[in-house]
Every structure is written in structure tokens, then in C-alpha cells.
Design a protein around this ligand. Structure first.
Ligand code: ZN
Length: 289
């Protein structure tokens, strides 16, 4: 009989819950909107209560507290979603299920999914960036998800503004940080339209690619990953990839030699499933260790 594990991808917009078996198959899954904890938790419980789960992984939107020494370890912390602010998410789950838990960010589970079974398979140092409602980064270094005193928030680094770009950005904390300049909401504020409704040759994609190239350059020079995987809603605009690569080549200006850029800046392979697959793999690892 298969030992079952549970995975949760708790995104800011929607939750995905899944059960996986020994063979890395997803045997059941469900999806619902992220509402308040009081409304969301019963749905999570309803789903998992019908299975005998041996371990679980939660990849949560955040910011979250992942410092085991902290008194608020397991909490969602400074989120703009007020009903989740200072909510002890891990605690509530642990009360219900007496199994070992992995507690990490939503971007980390996606990074781990892509590293293990997606575009990063076969590489040792994989940097995953999601560009959607927000911008987040997960870095897998020799099978370990990198963290320091907390999860790195590399989506909020500052960028050089493009000449004549007077867009003020959308990040409420920093205005024109990466997230403030390239996220889905930034695109929408710049153009008055959702990104998915814009034409493929809209000039805004050049601006977007310029900033994403800077982003990739900063991450490359800092972490020197084997490759950078770009995911999230904005990166469904595949015309961005060649534009980012050509901008990156110019910006780096031959200072360092990157791997062949077509293999270095790549889209996800698991698409919308990166997170839930990564979550199940991490839950499985917890059981094996
Ligand atoms: Zn910011």
C-alpha cells in the first residue's frame, strides 16, 4: 500500500491541495479561492480528512515566519490580506494533523518542483523567479532551498530606471523595486490593461524585458545559478524570453561569461503545477529523512 503525503500551495488568490502516492503521482487534488482563514481552513480539512496522510508540506503566500527559533514561527506575518495577518497557519494545521510538516513559501515549493522534475531537472543550482501579482525568488542550491534568518525577498531589489521612464511603480513599500516595476499590477497600471490583453508587439514588453534583464543580471551575479527559470502569469507572454536574453547580453557587456542564454533564461516546464508538485516532493522528503 502506498504511503500518502499531502501538499498545499497556498497562493494569494487560490489554494491548491493535493495528495500524492509513493510513485510521485497526484491521486487527488482540489482548488478553491483564498478567502479568510475561517473560510479557507474548513475546505482544507474537508479535503485531507478523507485520506490517511503521513506527512505534509505547506507552501504559503507571505511574508511568513520560517525562523524555527521565532515565537511566531509558522505564522503568516505582514501580509496585505488582513484576515491572514499574524495568523498561525502552521499551528492550525498541526492541531488537526499529527504528522511531520514542511513549512515554506509558495515560491519555494514551485522552485523545488521545477528543480526536481521541471526545467531545472539535472542541474544543481536552480534559481526560480515568479512574476505575477508579486515577484518572488526561490533558490535551490545542491538540493537545499536557500534561506538565511528568513526567506530572501529578492523581488524587492531596486533597479536602474530606464531613461525617460517616469512610471512611479506599484510597490507600496518601495515604489520602483522589481515587483513595483514588472509585476502584473505594474503592467496593468502602466498600460491600463491586464497584461494578457495586450498585443504581443506592444512596446511595453520592451520595457518589461529591460527590467527583467536587469533582474536576471542581479541574480546571476549574486548567486551564479546554473540556470534561471522564469514563471508566473506575466511569463506566459513567451515573446518576453528573447527580449530578456538580448537585453541581458547588452547589460552584462561581456563582463562575465554566462552559459548559452537560450539554455540559461528559460520558462517553466511544469507550468501551473510547479508549486503543488514541489510541495508533494518536499512532503515526501520529510518522510524519508
Ligand atoms: Zn518592493
Amino acid at each position: 500500500m502506498s504511503t500518502l503525503v499531502g501538499g498545499i500551495e497556498g497562493g494569494g488568490t487560490k489554494f491548491v491541495c493535493a495528495v500524492g502516492d509513493n510513485e510521485k503521482n497526484i491521486i487527488a487534488r482540489t482548488k478553491f479561492l483564498t478567502l479568510s482563514p475561517e473560510e479557507t481552513l474548513p475546505k482544507i480539512f474537508d479535503f485531507f480528512d478523507t485520506y490517511q496522510i503521513s506527512s505534509m508540506c505547506i507552501g504559503s503566500f507571505g511574508p511568513i515566519d520560517i525562523d524555527k527559533a521565532s515565537s511566531t514561527y509558522g505564522y503568516v506575518t505582514n501580509t496585505p490580506k488582513l484576515s491572514w495577518k499574524r495568523f498561525n497557519f502552521l499551528g492550525a494545521m498541526k492541531q488537526r494533523y499529527k504528522v511531520p510538516f514542511v513549512w515554506t513559501t509558495d515560491v519555494n515549493i514551485a522552485a523545488y518542483g521545477e528543480y526536481s522534475l521541471g526545467a531545472g531537472k539535472g542541474y544543481r543550482n536552480v534559481l526560480y523567479v515568479t512574476i505575477g501579482t508579486g515577484v518572488g525568488v526561490g533558490y535551490v542550491h545542491h538540493d537545499i532551498l536557500y534561506k538565511g534568518y528568513n526567506h530572501p525577498e529578492a523581488g524587492h531589489l531596486f533597479l536602474h530606471k530606464r531613461k525617460n521612464d517616469d512610471f512611479e511603480g506599484v510597490c507600496p513599500y518601495h515604489n520602483d523595486c522589481i515587483e513595483g516595476l514588472v509585476s502584473g499590477p505594474a503592467l496593468e497600471k502602466r498600460t491600463g490593461k491586464e497584461g494578457r490583453l495586450l498585443k504581443q508587439d506592444d512596446p511595453v514588453w520592451n520595457i518589461e524585458a529591460y527590467y527583467l534583464a536587469q533582474t536576471c543580471m542581479d541574480y546571476s551575479l549574486t548567486f551564479s545559478p546554473d540556470l534561471i527559470i522564469l514563471g508566473g502569469g506575466v511569463m506566459k507572454q513567451r515573446q518576453l524570453f528573447p527580449l530578456i536574453r538580448s537585453n541581458l547580453k547588452k547589460l552584462v557587456n561581456n563582463y562575465v561569461q554566462f552559459p548559452e542564454l537560450n539554455d540559461y533564461i528559460v520558462p517553466t516546464k511544469l507550468g501551473d503545477d510547479s508549486g503543488i508538485i514541489g510541495s508533494l516532493l518536499l512532503a515526501r522528503n520529510k518522510l524519508n529523512n
